[in-house]
Each structure stands twice: as C-alpha cells, then as structure tokens.
Design a protein around this ligand. Structure first.
Ligand code: NAD
Length: 465
C-alpha cells in the first residue's frame, strides 16, 4: 500500500510500480463503480480548484482565464462527462459468431485493462495533456503514474498536490521531475506508455519501452500545413487561422505551422490576418491580457533565431526577458532555413507562396506526415482531392483545431507525427486489451481434427469449413 503519492526518485520508483501492480492484481480496478468514482473525483478535483488551476496556467504560460478554461479545463470536463456517459457500453463484451467446426460455442471480445501505465505530459497544455490520457486509463481499469512537464512547474506541483487528495492513492501516483526522474521511470516495466512531446524524446521513450516489449502511444508534433485555396472565404479563413496560430502564443501541437497559397491569395490573406490579430489583441499584443507568453526565455531565443528565415512583414518584436514574441507574419521565406525545416511551435506564421495552386499536394507530400492538415476552400471536390492525396494525423476543412472538440474523433499522429490515438472510446481502446474468448460446450466433439486422419475426415473437414 502506498501512502506517499508524489515523491518517487531513485530506488523508490521500482517500489512505487510494484505497489501499484499489487493493487492492480487485487482486482479493485476491474469494478465499474470504482472506475466511475475515480472519474467523478477527477472532475471534482477540477471543479473545486478551477481558480487555482487557472492561476497556475496564468503563471506558467500567461494563459488568459477564458483561454485556460476553454482549452484545458472545459476540455477535461467534457472528456470526463462523455466517458461517464458511455463507459457502461464500452466495458461490455461483444459477441461474435463461432465457426461450424467449433460448435457448439459462444465467442466474444472482452475488453480488459492493461495493468500499470505511465503517462508523460508536455508543457504547452500542461493540465489537459496530462489528465486527458488519464481519463481513458482510469475508464479502462488501469493503475497509472502521471509525469507532468517540469517546464510548467506551477501546474505540475498543483497536480501533484491535488491528485492524491481526490483519487485512490493505491492506484494512481504523480511523479514530478525532469530528465533524471523520467529516465528513472522509463527503466521500469509498464504495461503501456503514453508520451506527449517532441520526436527526439519520443525515440528515447520508444527505445526504453522496447526493452520490456511495452506498447507505446506517441503524441508528437510536426509542421502542420494550412492550405488556403483561391476560392476561400478570405476574411473568415484569416480569423480562424489567426485564432489557431496565436492561441497560447502558437505553442499548440496542432497549430497551423505555415500557410500555403498562391501569391494572389497571399496578397489578400496577409492583411486580413493582420486585421484579425489586431481585433483579438489590439495594436500592442504585449499589453493585451489575452495574449500568451513563450514558456521560457530559451524557447523565446530559439524563436527569435527563426526570424532570419524570411521577410518579417508584421510583428517580429521579441522581449526574451519577458518571454514575449509578437504575433508575426513572414513572406519570401527560404525553404531551407530552420523556420521551414523544424516545427515552429510559436507565434510565427510563414506564408509560402506557390506559382500554381496545383503544387500544394507535392509540397505537403515531400515532407514528413503532419499531425494536422488544414484546408480553406468552398469546393467539396478540392477538399476531397486533398484529403485523399495528403496523409495527416487529423484534418480540418475551413477551420483550425476544432476537431479536438469532437469526442468521437480519434486524436493522434501518423508517421513522424506520432502513433496511436485517444479521446473518447478511442482512448478506452488504447488503454485496453481486447481479449478473444471462446467458450465451448462439452457436448458434441466433431472428430475431424484428431488423428488418425482419413479421406472421410478430410472430406468432412472441407464441408465444415
Ligand atoms: P517537454 O519538454 O515538456 O517534454 C515532454 C516530456 O518529456 C516532459 O514530461 C519531459 O520531462 C520529458 N523529457 C524531456 N527530455 C527527456 C529525456 N531526455 N528523457 C526522458 N524524458 C524526457 O515537451 P516538448 O518535447 O518541448 O514538447 C513540444 C513538442 O511536443 C512539440 O513538438 C509539440 O508538437 C509536441 N506536442 C504534441 C502534442 C500532441 O498531442 N500530439 C501535444 C503537445 C505537444
């Protein structure tokens, strides 16, 4: 039995996992009511501490309360409510047919929990990205260790303080820390690891998991293109792109990374995006309470370096000490420069102009498969063409990021942008094993499968197939 929830370092980690495993084996987490209680408690933890979470998100990322509520807290409420509503249906076994040769029998698929799972979160949505995978892990009946990102320290310590007060301490633990603590956790044997973050660490996670043949879900990032066709509703597209790009100061894994359009469309779109930015954050976004900050000065300097990759036509102001970078637009971009070679993950939007719109698919497909693809057009035929010719983890036509709100849509990457998915029932499936069960009756035992074989048995076998 574990009494200490948040401290696990060095040798303690093995004891922590062993304790969770023993509790898992006791069978408590198999009970539907226990799972429902944990989910309700998680919701209660959020609702009773809403203002503390919003304050912590404000301190770590300067998130405005309304943005923090929409993108982190309300997101989790709807995740939990949806899961509570459908969990009874998801946990049911599903009957399937049995072959003639195996009659009489009943066959079914039985979801079962995986065991003890590890969830590693990222800093950009430090609450949502850690607890949203915990919801299906609980729903599927697992024990779990959550590891918040050390780069969002206020949210991390608040989660570590509150989780043990609300959840079953014998089943769940929060381990705070950075590389050393995560490395320590990764040395343990888990039944599943869900990691959210960059591809470099994703490879470290997968390598560690391979040692124990542990399955992984990797929620990574990449350069998500935003294609704007000549027939798009420019003003609406500009507003939606500006929202998608500059929410959380561009530090969103599914933010549009760059815009792809013709020169003619760029001439119309760029001033429209500038207008949308001014409408949202005023003439000086640094003074807007609604505009976020970069997570730390190191990341701010990394973003400042990217400005050299093209012509800054709007924004570009950087205050590294205050972790500020203005919403920035760039044209005449060098495709070989770092700004087009790595994920931007900040409020810097390059507009790439193509001579012909027909070249968009080749442009996208020459690069790694992105986490999200956005297309603005009024043409259904064009939408179908691009959706079928360009692979991406997720896609949205005529908006950015809104697919995240649909509980029945899976969320996950493909290729370099990740593997596996979650949200709603897809998360329940990720944290479950679907066990194939056949129950035979002890009457009738067709003997065609037993030796000695004969021509008659072979004929019969073929008839029964
Ligand atoms: P990060 O620095 O917070 O790292 C993620 C986690 O990995 C943290 O918990 C951290 O402690 C751990 N970690 C860091 N270095 C490690 C090491 N050497 N060994 C073991 N663990 C280590 O986040 P990040 O990587 O800067 O996140 C940004 C990236 O994450 C972007 O690429 C973004 O697109 C991606 N992302 C993806 C999603 C998604 O849902 N697909 C969501 C958010 C962010």
């Amino acid at each position: 039995m574990l009494s200490d929830f948040s401290v696990a370092s060095g040798g303690d980690t093995a004891a922590l996992v062993a304790g969770l495993r023993a509790y898992f084996r006791s069978g408590v987490t198999q009970e539907l009511n226990w799972r429902r209680r944990q989910l309700s408690q998680l919701r209660k933890m959020l609702s009773e501490n809403e203002s503390r979470f919003m304050q912590a998100l404000g301190e770590d990322l300067n998130k405005a309360p309304q943005e923090a509520y929409l993108t982190e807290i309300a997101f989790l409420y709807s995740d939990i409510d949806h899961t509570l509503k459908y969990l009874k249906r998801w946990v049911r076994s599903r009957k399937v047919s049995s072959p003639l040769l195996a009659q009489p029998a009943s066959s079914y698929i039985q979801p079962e929990p995986l065991g003890v799972v590890l969830i590693i979160g990222a800093w950009n949505y430090p609450l949502q990205l850690l607890l949203s995978p915990l919801v299906p892990a609980i729903a599927a009946g697992n024990c779990a260790v959550v590891k918040p990102s050390e780069l969002a320290p206020r949210v991390s310590s608040l989660i570590a303080e509150l989780l043990p007060r609300y959840l079953d301490r014998d089943a769940f633990a929060c381990v705070e820390g950075a590389v050393a603590e995560t490395t320590n956790l990764l040395q343990q044997r888990w039944d599943h690891i869900m990691y959210t973050g960059g591809g470099r660490v994703g490879r470290i996670v997968m390598t560690a998991a391979a040692k124990h043949l542990t399955p992984v879900t990797l929620e990574l990032g990449g350069k998500s293109p935003c294609i704007v066709a000549d027939d798009a509703d420019i003003e609406l597209a500009a507003r939606r792109i500006a929202w998608g790009k500059f929410t959380n100061a561009g530090q969103t894994c599914i933010a549009p990374d760059y815009v792809l359009c013709t020169r003619h469309t760029a001439d119309l779109l760029v001033p429209a995006i500038q207008q949308a930015v001014t409408d949202m954050f005023g003439d000086n976004p640094q003074q807007s309470a609604d505009y976020g900050r970069i997570i730390n000065s190191q990341h701010t300097l990394r973003l400042a370096d990217l400005l050299g990759g093209g012509e800054v036509i709007y924004g570009g102001e950087v205050d590294a000490e205050k972790c500020y970078m203005a919403p920035t637009l760039m044209r005449a971009v060098n495709l070989e420069a770092p700004v087009m070679q790595e994920e931007i993950f900040g409020p810097l939007l390059p507009v790439i102009e193509l001579d012909e719109f027909a070249a968009v698919e080749a442009f996208v497909n020459q690069r790694e498969k992105p986490l999200a693809l956005y297309l603005f057009t009024k043409s259904d035929a064009l939408a179908e063409r691009i959706l079928s010719s360009c692979s991406s983890g997720n896609a949205c036509v005529n908006d950015c990021m809104m697919f995240m709100l649909a509980q029945d849509l899976p969320f996950g990457g493909v290729g370099a942008s990740g593997m596996g998915c979650y949200h709603g029932e897809h998360g329940f499936k990720t944290f479950s094993h679907f066990k194939a069960v056949m129950k035979r009756k002890n009457i009738l035992d067709i003997n065609v499968r037993y030796a000695p074989y004969s021509k008659r048995k072979f004929r019969l076998l073929k008839m029964l197939q």
